[in-house]
Design a protein around this ligand. Structure first.
Ligand SMILES: C[S@@+](CC[C@H](N)C(=O)[O-])C[C@H]1O[C@@H](n2cnc3c(N)ncnc32)[C@H](O)[C@@H]1O
Length: 271
């Protein structure tokens, strides 16, 4: 039994390294000018990689904590939801101290907007997906479409190399409780291929949430793709708007009504 577990663990870890190294080699071949950033990453951060492989034994606790967080946000909404108006800046300022986890704002917005279709890019463990799906469940309405491609490398800021990965043996959205999955369509693949196709198929969406690769190029690509498909009075949301100027440039171009909650940008499409 113990021997089987060890073999299983070794297999998982080997597959994890294969995905990690394979994706890094692909990134390196496509971005040879980022070689110094790759070398810097290994000198500074590669020491954490073996520690990260052990995370698969922690995920049950992580799952339990996450389900508790979902219960907590439902209670917070029951208490403060009637004072929240997703279209007023004041509402966001009031929630700033109350909501400890920045993705909780997604729950509040989805409860208020009662959307039929939500589309998000970037799932990873599934924190944002979980909050959105819990809100849809509590609304008794709506579907979530998510796009994710794990094991991605990219550079941001001053050529800092960044890795988005999953713990060994885990798939995108592993934190999402099973009872929330009935309203969920999870697509695995590159946003550059899947997002345009999905938008064509859905035609319109009520809420779009960017949380995939936070580079200027990808953020701008996703905002521009999604914008024409967002319904009047719908929302364009983006995480990590402080990574580059993509969000600010988009605001300048379209001059919409917008707010910033922690570092999530919220745009209301009024036309
Ligand atoms: C910041 S994480 C998502 C976090 C998640 N929304 C949450 O709240 O926990 C970004 C995710 O986007 C994925 N990703 C990066 N580039 C992508 C691409 N080109 N297409 C699809 N997904 C991508 C990453 O692998 C990672 O799983």
């Amino acid at each position: 039994m113990r021997q089987n577990n060890i073999i299983k663990y070794l297999k998982r870890t080997a597959l994890w390294f294969y995905l990690l190294i394979g994706s890094l080699i692909r990134y390196w071949l496509n971005h040879p000018f980022e070689t110094p950033a790759i070398i810097r990453f290994f000198l500074k951060k590669a020491v954490y990689i073996p520690k990260f492989t052990k995370r698969n034994v922690l995920t049950e606790k992580e799952q339990f904590n996450f389900e508790e967080n979902l219960d907590r946000v439902t209670h917070l909404y029951q208490k403060y939801g009637n004072k929240f108006n997703a279209k007023y800046k004041d509402s966001y300022t009031k929630l700033d101290k109350l909501l400890t986890d920045k993705e909780q704002i997604l729950y509040f917005q989805i409860r208020k907007y009662r959307p039929s279709i939500v589309l998000e890019t970037g799932v990873a463990a599934g924190v944002s997906s979980g909050y959105i799906l819990r809100a849809l469940k509590d609304n008794h309405k709506g579907k979530l479409y998510s796009i994710d491609l794990p094991f991605q490398w990219y550079t941001y800021g001053n050529h800092e190399l960044h890795l988005d990965s999953l713990p060994p043996g885990r798939n995108s959205g592993y934190l999402v409780p099973d009872d929330l999955k009935t309203r969920w369509h999870l697509l695995i693949g590159d946003t550059y291929q899947l997002l345009p196709k999905l938008l064509q198929q859905l035609k319109t969406v009520d809420v779009f949430f960017h949380d995939s690769e936070h580079t200027y190029k990808t953020m701008t690509f996703e905002y521009n793709q999604a914008w024409p498909h967002i319904k009047k009075n719908g929302l364009l949301l983006s995480d990590d708007i402080d990574f580059n100027h993509a969000f600010n440039k988009f605001i300048k171009k379209h001059s919409p009504k917008y707010f910033v909650f922690k570092n999530i940008g919220v745009i209301i499409k009024s036309k």
